[in-house]
Design a protein around this ligand. Structure first.
Ligand SMILES: Cc1cc2nc3c(=O)[nH]c(=O)nc-3n(C[C@H](O)[C@H](O)[C@H](O)COP(=O)(O)OP(=O)(O)OC[C@H]3O[C@@H](n4cnc5c(N)ncnc54)[C@H](O)[C@@H]3O)c2cc1C
Length: 331
């Protein structure tokens, strides 16, 4: 690990000042559960670290004015166990429970979770693997590699790295918004626009401007979010990232689907909203065939590499099962 300057602001305003004063090479530190890893393996080498883990202004959580409001500093464990989250947003609670381990969730923050970087083995492997995300223009070892965890949706010829998070899949399904603050003041961004597609510049991963930080996440309280769930398929039953996941919500109008939401994870380069599948399923009965067809539409356009062709069928089945599971006895 290279030496770095450490700073611990008490307020959001001080944090913004510290980010601006530090300039390029300055990085925020929250729970540190992924940043320290990346520093130890040489993938991140900040010259200055601004520690916001104890900024109390960021540590709020509650329902107000028809929205769930989650401070960027709220710990994952607290959010997943909050009774209002369990009642009004089961998919958010379940996606957090199925992330990492209890010890990590006790330390890790929601802001840090949204900003975590891909687990692509070639990105994290450093030398000798070329990686356009880590070293722009160097190439992509993953495309011809053996890591089956790569993405099949939203990929480019430059990068096939999977978005690793779980709660982001629920947030994209239920129209979350992130509030940001920076040197020029505050602004809001639909969560769906926070993470960027790799395209020809995979090193650009998010839409934050220099000196900006996430202050909170807001999610509208809706009946469909209360009728939701999260299904995660992974290499082992605990403590593993998703091979495929789905955050879904289904409301019925009589015998047919009146409204539904489908977010998919583990298969895409960013949190993926399956809007075409939602539109197709609305107005139809939720039969096994229709659930599968919704999954097929959700995975349309998939571009697997040799190592992960299984992810297309797995993604389809994950969406279908999540829809049928969440509908449960209501069908
Ligand atoms: C073994 C292991 C297993 C895991 N399994 C899962 C899993 O199954 N599912 C899952 O979703 N995650 C998983 N994770 C990732 C884990 O959820 C993240 O490490 C954690 O959420 C990061 O939060 P943090 O507060 O520790 O972030 P940090 O490590 O402190 O920071 C992470 C990044 O976010 C930036 N950042 C932090 N806060 C802000 C902010 N407010 N605004 C802007 N940028 C910010 C930092 O600069 C840094 O770049 C796993 C991690 C480990 C180590």
């Amino acid at each position: 690990m290279l030496p770095f300057t450490y700073q611990r602001p008490e307020t959001v305003a001080e944090a913004v000042d510290a980010l601006q004063a530090g300039g390029p090479g300055t990085t925020l530190l929250a729970g540190g559960t992924t940043l320290f890893d990346l520093m130890k393996i040489g993938v991140a080498s900040p010259s200055r670290v601004v520690d916001i883990h104890r900024v109390r202004e960021l540590d709020h959580l509650g329902v107000a004015n028809g929205e769930l409001v989650i401070g960027a500093g709220a710990r994952m464990s607290r959010v997943s166990a909050e009774p209002d989250v369990i009642r009004l947003f089961p998919a958010i609670s379940e996606s957090l429970w199925r992330s990492a381990s209890q010890q990590l969730r006790n330390m890790a923050t929601m802001g840090g979770n949204l900003m975590q970087r891909t687990r692509c083995a070639y990105f994290r492997g450093g030398e000798p693997f070329p990686c356009n995300k880590r070293e722009p223009g160097s190439g992509c070892a993953a495309i011809s590699g053996v890591d089956g965890g790569m993405a099949v949706l939203g990929v480019s010829d430059q990068c096939v790295a999977t978005y690793p998070g779980d709660v982001g899949i629920a947030l994209v399904a239920f129209d979350a918004v992130v509030d940001l603050v920076g040197p020029d003041g505050g602004r809001s961004l639909p969560f769906a626009q926070l993470n960027l597609l790799p395209g020809s510049s995979p090193e650009r991963e998010h839409a934050l401007l220099d000196g900006e930080l996430i202050t909170q996440i807001r999610v509208p309280v809706t009946p469909v979010a209360a009728a939701s769930g999260y299904l995660k398929i992974r290499p082992r039953e605990s403590y593993a990232f998703a091979f495929a996941s789905a955050a879904v919500g289904v409301l019925f109008a009589g015998d047919v689907v009146g409204e539904c939401r489908i977010g998919i994870g583990g298969v895409a380069t960013r949190p993926w909203r399956a809007s075409a599948a939602e539109a197709w399923l609305t107005g139809k009965p939720l039969t096994e065939d229709n659930a599968r067809r919704a999954g097929e539409i959700a995975l349309q356009g998939a571009r697997p590499i040799a190592a992960n062709e299984f992810k297309v069928e797995l993604g389809i089945r994950t969406v279908a099962k999540a829809l049928l599971d969440v509908a449960g006895g209501d069908r």
